[in-house]
Every structure is written in C-alpha cells, then in structure tokens.
Write a new protein. Structure first.
Length: 368
C-alpha cells in the first residue's frame, strides 16, 4: 500500500497570462488610455487579468512612474500571485498590511530582489527601466532563455542589467527608446511596465502570426524556475546541505477539445495547470498534490485526482476534476476511504492510467 500523506489543495485561479473575451476596452474603461495608445492593449489585458485596476475609477495614469513595489507586484500578479514558502521578513519597510507584502516576500525568496540594503526594500522608490527589466528577467528564470546581439550604445557588458536587456530584446519585449538607446536609467512608466509584461506573456499584438499553443506554452514555461529548493539540513560535519528538485511539465487534453493543457510540477507537489484559448495561456488552477501518482487520465472530459484528508481526518478521496467557467474544478467525488478500504481505493485507481510523462521544463520535445 502506498505511504499515505496528508494532502492539501490550494485553489487559486488567479492569473495568468490570459485574456478572455473583453467586454470593455481600456480606452472605454480609463479616460487617460486612448484607444490608439501603444500601451492600450497591454493595459486592457492587465485589467482583465487582475494585474492592475488602475489608479482610480476611470484613470490608469500610464505616464506616472512605477515604484519598486508596483513593478514587483505587477510581475507577481502576472505570474499568478505565487506564495512564499518560507515567509522570510528581511525588510523593515515591508510589513504584513502592505499591498506589496506577499509580492516582496516571494521576490526575495526567489532571488528576484535583495532590496536596496540588508534591511530595506525601498518600496516607494521610483524604478528605472533597467531595474524593471531585471526584475522581469529574474522572475522569468531567464538565465537559460534566449539572448541577442546588443543594439544599444548605453548598455555595456559590465552593467548589472546587460543580460536582462539582451534577453528582453531577444524575446521582443523591448526595442529600446530608439534604435541605439535603451535608456536604462530613465524611470519606467506604468504604461511601459504593462507593455513589458504584455509582450513577454502574450507576445507582440501587432504580429500577424497568432502563436499556437506550443509557442505559448514554451513562453509560459520560462516563467517557472528550473529548480526549486525542497529543503536544507546540516550534516554531521556542520555543512549545510540543500536539496533541489527539478521543475517539469507534461501535456494532457483535459477538456478533450483537441488542444492539450499544460501541467507544470514544482517541488514534486505544486501543480500549475494552464490552458490555451487560441491566443495565449490561462491558469486554470494551482494545487498541492502530494501522492506519487496524483493525477490520472480519464476517458471523458476531465482528470482523476487522488486526494487526502486534513488534520485528524485521514480519509482519502478520488475526485473527478473538470474545466468549468475557466477554472479546473472539483466536480464529483468518485470514491472515499470513509466508505471503502484503502485496498479498494488502490484497486479502483489501478483502472486508470497515471499522467506521468513529465519532461524538464528546458526540454521542449513535447512542444516541438
């Protein structure tokens, strides 16, 4: 019999890099976002995906400068508002009731920022274009992403943002402020920040070639870390040993519409499930599933999930999950160890095929 582990499920269908059909344009929503503005599509996308709600009921303030807190929060929300695992609080100027608190904890834990000193983050400090691009570059785990030749005279190899800017050029996120200038020390506006995010997650809206799911999923995979820390311990010789786990992914057509969903597994327990709506990816849900084979193929629309109980309730259940209203939802309990034995549950699951063909996220063979 399998070792039983208590299972928790976190549903956070926030995110991601998606847009459903838009009923109100950014130009119609905000009086300061003209329909022909270079940032109009990006702002519309960001509002529809809860990345921003503007600065007022009818204003977005596209030309206002971004603060460090705003820039990180925008990136954090675009990535689905991921949780900080260890809740380290390093900065005296970041407290729990701040809107950016969770974003900064996550960013610090994932080495996206180390603050402006060992004890300060400086949330209200205006962010430069170089800093904003570096935040996005690190958040995208882009150290293994594509780069390009340097077109900018004001970006030198010795600059801390050099690789970030070249990566952004290679990803068509920016073409600079002119053919030869990036303007790294210029302040980043809210409109520019939305465009950076939009072009990374969605692509160039002016491109005549709408990306297929393979290209969209490749872009989404680059927003996940190659590895994550499982745990650290001190051995008998006093050395600190850190154990890492690779992030991997697979594809499975959950709703049987002919286009597979993307399933990403971090830490061997965190699962992120995305779909493709014909233009870009959308997060269907974030889960913690801790069994060795937690998800199984299903003949009809949906997937089978093996779940566990909470606290003193050591029951285990088998659920059918289906996509409903843009979310992956628990739609039906199929079996419960409150009424059947563990052996009967295992026998029942043996009738389904585990979804286990996972590949490292820098291996695009499933998407080629």
């Amino acid at each position: 019999m399998k070792i039983r582990r208590t299972l928790a499920i976190l549903m956070s269908c926030l995110f991601a890099v998606s847009v459903l059909s838009v009923s109100v344009s950014a130009a119609g929503r905000f009086t300061d976002v003209p329909g022909n503005a270079y940032y109009a599509d990006a702002v519309e996308w960001a509002v529809e995906n809860d990345i921003t709600s503007g600065t007022g009921a009818n204003t977005f303030s596209p030309d206002a400068y971004c603060t460090r807190a705003q820039a990180l929060t925008f990136i954090w929300k675009a990535l689905g508002s991921p949780s900080s695992k260890y809740q380290y609080e390093n900065f005296a100027d970041v407290v729990p009731n701040d809107y950016f608190y969770d974003a900064v904890l996550w960013a610090t834990e994932n080495h996206i920022t180390s603050g402006t000193s060992s004890t300060t983050f400086s949330p209200n400090q205006t962010v430069t274009r170089a800093q904003a691009m570096t935040f996005l570059y690190k958040a995208a785990s882009a150290y293994w992403g594509e780069t390009s030749t340097n077109p900018f005279g004001d970006v030198r190899t010795s600059d801390y943002y050099y690789r970030a800017v070249l990566w952004a050029v290679g990803q068509n996120i920016t073409s600079g402020t002119s053919v030869t200038q990036f303007s790294p020390n210029a302040y980043c506006t809210r409109g520019q920040m939305m465009v950076f995010l939009y072009k990374y997650f969605v692509g160039d809206s002016e491109s005549p070639n709408v990306p297929d799911y393979a290209n969209a999923y490749k872009r989404q995979l680059q927003a996940h870390p190659l590895t994550t820390i499982l745990f650290s311990y001190t051995n008998s010789e006093g050395e600190i040993i850190t154990v890492f786990d690779d992030t991997d992914y697979t594809l499975y057509d959950i709703d049987k519409d002919g286009t597979p969903e993307l399933i990403v597994n971090e830490d061997n327990s965190y699962y992120y499930i995305y779909t493709f709506d014909g233009r870009w990816t959308k997060l269907l849900g974030t889960f913690i599933w801790q069994y060795d084979d937690p998800i199984y193929a299903y003949d009809d629309a949906g997937i089978i999930v093996h779940e566990g109980g909470f606290g003193n309730l050591h029951f285990e259940q088998v659920y059918l999950y289906t996509i409903q209203n843009g979310k992956l939802e628990n739609s039906e309990m199929l079996l419960d160890t409150e009424t059947v034995s563990y052996d009967e549950l295992d026998e029942y699951l043996s009738g389904f095929e585990p979804i286990d063909d996972f590949h490292l996220i820098d291996d695009f063979s499933l998407l080629s």
